[in-house]
Write a protein that binds this ligand. Structure first.
Ligand code: PGA
Length: 262
């Protein structure tokens, strides 16, 4: 695949699956954006589930840049937000909805009726959950999910302990998520609960792209990709997904590479 060769340092294997390593965050982000553009060109009506975490933001910015160069049209696809902090919504800096609006949905000109985003301010979380599930069902499931991996192995707010049959809904946030999540907020905010698309819907996606960068992610990437799939590390369930693609920079891949060379 051409996109894999661009800026690629070298690849490796984990449990018989390939991973591709990029020199730095910028080349990683550009490669993922090219992969997504290729996917959208061949699946222009597809439903995408995009994480609002720190890691994928570079790829989303690069994807919008590809659209401005007329290399892809992102406006024909549909989008379901992956997760949200309960108690935050549009207009709250640091909310997933606002981050995605600022970085992707707004600049890409995505029509509002092509979007389903959790409203973390709505106390009727059952309604919010049902709305997301109905949106996914109406489009025949998620075609592509773009995800980051949390320091505790979470995907969205599928926290440690989540099983593969969890369709989504509200969840008590893990201590690691509460601590790490402070990076999104200028002011302190109680990060107790979240709402998320569950593993059941994510693992039913045709393609799942997982990105990780930086040495701080090397340990959790290695654990989730090498050890047996287990609810204590939700990202480990990706290992057996037939449409799983892993994109790493050198830092995040460092432990996998060390083990490969043993
Ligand atoms: P998180 O997101 O740090 O909010 O868990 C994962 C990532 O995108 O790095």
């Amino acid at each position: 695949m051409l996109f894999s060769i661009l800026a690629c340092v070298f690849g490796g294997t984990m449990r018989n699956r390939e991973f591709i390593i990029y020199e730095d965050y910028d080349s990683l982000s550009k490669a993922v954006a090219l992969r997504m553009a290729e996917f959208v060109r061949t699946n222009p009506q597809s439903l995408l589930c995009l994480a609002a975490g720190e890691t994928p933001l570079g790829a989303l910015r690069a994807l919008v840049a590809l659209q401005s160069e007329n290399k892809v049209d992102l406006r024909t696809c549909w989008y379901v937000g992956l997760d949200e902090w309960l108690g935050l919504g549009y207009g709250d800096p640091g909310s997933c909805a606002q981050i995605m609006q600022d970085i992707f949905y707004g600049p890409a000109g995505i029509p509002s009726d092509h979007l389903s985003v959790f409203d973390g301010l709505d106390e009727d979380t059952d309604f919010q959950t049902k709305k997301a599930f109905d949106f996914i069902k109406a489009r025949g499931g998620i075609s592509l999910a773009l995800l980051g991996i949390g320091m505790n192995g979470h995907l969205g707010f599928n926290e440690p302990g989540t099983t593969v049959d969890f369709p989504g809904g509200t969840i008590d946030l893990d201590e690691t998520t509460r601590t790490v999540g402070k990076k999104y907020f200028a002011k302190p905010f109680p990060l107790d609960k979240g709402i998320t698309i569950g593993l059941k819907h994510l693992l039913a996606a045709k393609r799942i792209l997982l990105m990780a960068n930086g040495e701080k992610k090397a340990g959790i990437v290695e654990t989730c990709m090498r050890e047996s799939p287990d609810p204590s590390r939700p990202a480990s369930f990706l290992q057996d997904h037939p449409g799983f693609e892993l994109y790493l920079d050198k830092g995040a891949a460092s432990r996998l590479l060390d083990r490969n060379q043993e």
